[in-house]
Design a protein around this ligand. Structure first.
Ligand SMILES: [Zn+2]
Length: 286
């Protein structure tokens, strides 16, 4: 693109953004732009599936390869069984059926989300879709019964579904640490599983709230960033009640910035809650 055309495009984009903001107001304009961005991502991911079959339940659609067809009933039944738990914690019921995509191997999962070869996960939430790695890849089991049993005790569906519901309700209006904390909190409730590693001990210098908020994905000790996020959300739920956390989310759904949502819902600033939590964590770790 030459410079003149690039300039014209930028001017048109800026004019469009200005028009959207003045017609709708900033929070609504931001949410509308985000919904468009999320919808484009979902369309792209679903359009990229070739050779996949569809299986459905009341509230989910599962896209899978023929070789994973035998897992569809297990995955859909488990997803249905955690749906109400997730909805009650987020305080919102998503519109329509939730798309789940079951990838047959790590290569396809990585290719779908543009990950590098070192990146790996058994589940991912991305722009209105939930991607899952086939449990045949990551659970070593002697037979189908053992695989089903181990899958029910440790799988990422409640975690990724929490990201999905929170994102749909608030249109991306939350810090990364909060969605990761909430997703782990609900996941532990659903399956009993919590990601813990030696590096995640709270008995070490902790990340400041500003670090968690501003550069979560760039923090070098990811297990610690995730652990702090989980612990902060669990602390908020214990201190202010699960209703308090749901109330924060409701304010986010109305477009309030995170700090204002917390202060309105809980009557205390996030900075002060973080300081209370850090005191608690120090005493707890010792
Ligand atoms: Zn997550």
């Amino acid at each position: 693109m030459n410079r003149k055309r690039a300039q014209r495009l930028l001017t048109a984009l800026a004019a469009g953004a200005f028009l959207l903001c003045s017609l709708l107001g900033w929070p609504e304009a931001r949410a509308a732009a985000y919904r468009y961005y999320r919808q484009q991502g979902r369309v792209r991911i679903l359009a990229g599936l070739s050779g996949y079959q569809e299986a459905g339940s009341a509230r989910f659609v599962l896209y899978h390869r023929p070789g994973d067809g035998d897992l569809a009933p297990l995955i859909l039944a488990h997803a249905e069984s955690v749906y109400d738990l997730v909805v009650s914690h987020v305080g919102y019921r998503p519109v329509g059926r939730v798309p789940l995509i079951l990838y047959p191997d790590r290569t396809e999962l990585r290719a779908a989300y543009g990950w590098e070869s070192g990146q790996s996960a058994v589940g991912v939430y991305w722009r209105g879709t939930v991607g899952l790695l086939s449990p045949k890849v990551w659970i070593a089991a002697r037979d189908a019964d053992e695989l089903a049993d181990r899958f029910r005790r440790s799988n990422p569906i409640a975690h990724e579904l929490t990201h999905y519901v929170l994102d749909e309700w608030t249109d991306g209006n939350y810090p990364r640490w909060f969605t990761e904390g909430l997703a782990q909190y609900v996941e532990e409730m659903a399956t009993g599983y919590l990601w813990l590693e030696a590096g995640a001990s709270l008995d070490q210098p902790l990340y400041a709230l500003s670090e968690l908020t501003e550069r979560f994905d760039a923090l070098p000790n990811q297990p610690l960033a995730y652990r702090q996020s989980y612990s902060l959300v669990a602390y908020m739920a214990e201190t202010y009640g699960e209703d308090g956390v749901t109330e924060v989310i409701a304010r986010l759904g109305e477009g309030a910035p995170f700090d204002r949502a917390v202060e309105t819902a809980l009557g205390r600033s996030m900075q002060a809650i973080y300081a209370d939590w850090a005191d608690w964590a120090r005493r707890h770790a010792a």
